[in-house]
Design a protein around this ligand. Structure first.
Ligand code: BTN
Length: 250
């Protein structure tokens, strides 16, 4: 059902389809250690032990959504530029989703939201050599056709547009959008990516409640630093937060 991707230059030219597996990120790690090529995609219909951010799991109804990992080798990025990769992947996913409808945003650092509901989670694992990224495993869980979720917050693309979507077609188009953004980064056009990222950023420039150091405060997101730290302006001035140091309060 999934075929080698035709619309891309290098992503998905090596496509590994597994009817079932524990975690595509773990399989990607195994393939990397065997020296697999950049652009390799590992996709499964039934991920039994999907991994998410902060040590959480990732649940996805079998056969309904996209659960895959993409292997990249952005050796042009230094250790402190790792967030550039999160930026291009998030933007590529938004570009793809925008071909269906408007209203998709990047929730810093690794989620894609449709209004206040999560449609996609990203788990990027980099391996570093001599101060640079040697390889990256980009794990993507994108809700496409699932109709019922255990929690209230998630949403799928099909719930948003009211029709079912072909998973192989979605993968092909999504890969194309991610590749375009990745090639922009590789060509060195980082300013454009930074601008576009802020343009897509959830809650950018608006006043909301945040929690850090056990304190809830009113703040406004003003930027995301090249290292990926969230810049929030509040009464006490501008503060920078790493992932896990700040919580969005709804
Ligand atoms: C998150 O929001 O917590 C990130 C979720 C990432 C899930 C994807 S599904 C494909 C890939 N394999 C995994 O085990 N996790 C990622």
């Amino acid at each position: 059902m999934y075929k080698i991707l035709a619309k891309t230059l290098f992503i998905g030219k090596n496509l590994v389809f597994l009817p079932s597996c524990h975690s595509t990120n773990d399989i990607a790690q195994e393939l990397l250690s065997e020296g697999t090529i950049e652009g390799t995609v590992i996709i499964t219909e039934n991920q039994t032990n999907g991994r998410g951010q902060r040590g959480n799991g990732w649940e996805s109804e079998p056969g309904k959504n996209l659960t895959f990992s993409l292997i990249l080798k952005p050796t042009f990025l230094s250790v402190n530029q790792q967030f550039e990769l999160n930026r291009v992947v998030s933007l590529g996913i938004c570009d793809f989703l925008k071909t269906y409808k408007t209203g998709f945003q990047v929730k810093w650092p690794n989620d894609i939201y449709y209004h206040d509901r999560k449609i996609c989670g990203i788990l990027i694992q980099n391996s570093i050599k001599k101060g640079h990224i040697d390889s990256s495993i980009v794990g993507i869980g994108l809700n496409i056709n699932q109709q019922d979720f255990n929690e209230e917050k998630p949403i799928s693309l099909s719930q948003i547009i009211g029709e079912a979507i072909s998973l192989p077609e979605a993968l092909e188009n999504l890969a194309q959008h991610i590749e375009t953004r990745y090639l922009t980064l590789r060509a060195g056009n980082r300013e454009l990516l930074r601008k576009d990222y802020l343009h897509h950023l959830y809650r950018f420039g608006e006043e909301y409640l945040y929690k850090a150091n056990n304190e809830v405060f009113n703040g406004r997101i003003t930027d995301v630093s090249p290292e990926g730290r969230l810049e929030v302006q509040s009464n006490s001035g501008i503060q920078h937060f790493d992932f896990k140091e700040v919580e969005f309060i709804i």
